[in-house]
Design a protein around this ligand. Structure first.
Ligand code: SAM
Length: 255
């Protein structure tokens, strides 16, 4: 991807930020986490340690900052970085409303400028996980973590990309793109719900990258839409997402 995707994505999120305030308010108010586009419950996933007291945690691409808020509520000292000033403005407002003490940083999650080995736990839910070049942001997360530290990230499943039509129309049961060599997609000029430039890899390429960087896989989940789901979210029909994995979660440890 030769375009300046960081600037493209920043501009998109600065413009789109007002549309995410309501969702951010709902997520900040949740008693227990719900993950991904289809609000999958945390039971069985358990993506955050129950007790994070004494832990230094970072969210990479925090958006409205609700995951950072959930970690602060569990006792962590939390830093949250995002490239969009407008998204951070919402995050700061919501943190203040909820009395959460979070250090917000405006910047690119691929090069945070934060010190080496300063965190025990890192997470990204649809932040760096999909908007940053995998090789760059994963190396940065590895650098930021202490040995034994964990990185959990959630983003689109590769199957959801190959079954997405080139014009961005909702997913169907046809393979529209090659799986081999997958890098992601440029959604800026598609006819249906244009957005930014996103990244994804084949499962084998993700795993090879983790090994090259020095992460070990501690868990992998494939998420589907729950039974109650209907309609369409993020250009993915509920009926599709009940039968095919719409999202993936990787749980990694810095060795
Ligand atoms: C969908 S939000 C993720 C937050 C939240 N978990 C959610 O799902 O709404 C995506 C965020 O990633 C941020 N982002 C995109 N590119 C980034 C980059 N290079 N560095 C840091 N944040 C980035 C955007 O500004 C946006 O706020």
């Amino acid at each position: 991807m030769s375009r300046d995707y960081v600037a493209v994505n920043r501009e998109l999120w600065d413009k789109d930020a007002p549309n995410w305030v309501e969702m951010g308010e709902r997520a900040w108010a949740m008693e227990t986490p719900e993950w991904g586009t289809w609000n999958n419950p945390d039971d069985g996933l358990h993506l955050l340690p129950d007790d994070m007291s004494g832990m230094d945690a970072i969210e990479l691409g925090c958006g409205t900052g609700y995951v950072a808020g959930w970690m602060a509520r569990r006792g962590a000292r939390v830093t949250a970085i995002d490239v969009s000033a407008a998204q951070l403005a919402t995050a700061r407002d919501l943190a203040a409303q909820h009395g959460a003490d979070i250090t917000f940083v405006e910047g690119n999650a691929e090069e945070t400028g934060l010190p080496d080995q300063s965190f025990d736990f890192a997470i990204s839910e649809y932040g760096a996980a999909i908007w940053c070049t995998p090789d760059l942001w994963l190396r940065e997360a590895w650098r930021l973590l202490r040995p034994g530290g964990r990185l959990t990230f959630l983003g689109n499943h590769p199957i959801s990309l190959i079954t997405s039509p080139e014009d961005g129309m909702p997913n169907d049961r046809t393979l529209h793109r090659p799986y081999k060599g997958m890098w992601g997609a440029d959604w800026t000029t598609v006819a249906y719900e244009p957005s930014g430039i996103c990244f994804n890899l084949t499962v084998a390429d993700w795993m090879a990258l983790f090994t090259r960087i020095g992460f070990e896989v501690r868990g992998y989940h494939e998420l589907y839409a729950p039974d109650w789901a209907e309609g369409e979210r993020a250009a993915i029909p509920a009926a599709w997402a009940k039968e095919f994995p719409v999202e993936q979660v990787w749980i990694l440890e810095k060795t």
